[in-house]
Design a protein around this ligand. Structure first.
Ligand SMILES: [Zn+2]
Length: 67
């Protein structure tokens, strides 16, 4: 999941993981600073999703390649 800059619409190349770890960041294109304060629910959903993905990866280990 990637987010475009709300100001200049350029892709920021940020993932939800990055935002959770770095809620304060600056757009490399227009230098607008953002405060992506992520609420607890989103973090919970994100962690759940990541553990599901890990589970699936383990299940298909050796048969499917995940990049
Ligand atoms: Zn921007």
């Amino acid at each position: 999941m990637a987010f475009p800059c709300p100001t200049c619409k350029n892709p920021l190349g940020l993932t939800l993981e990055f935002i959770i770890k770095n809620p304060l960041c600056v757009c490399p294109h227009c230098k607008t600073s953002f405060n992506f304060t992520v609420n607890e629910d989103i973090i919970k959903i994100y962690k759940q999703t990541m553990s599901e993905i890990e589970k699936i990866k383990r299940q298909y280990k050796g048969t499917v390649k995940f990049s």
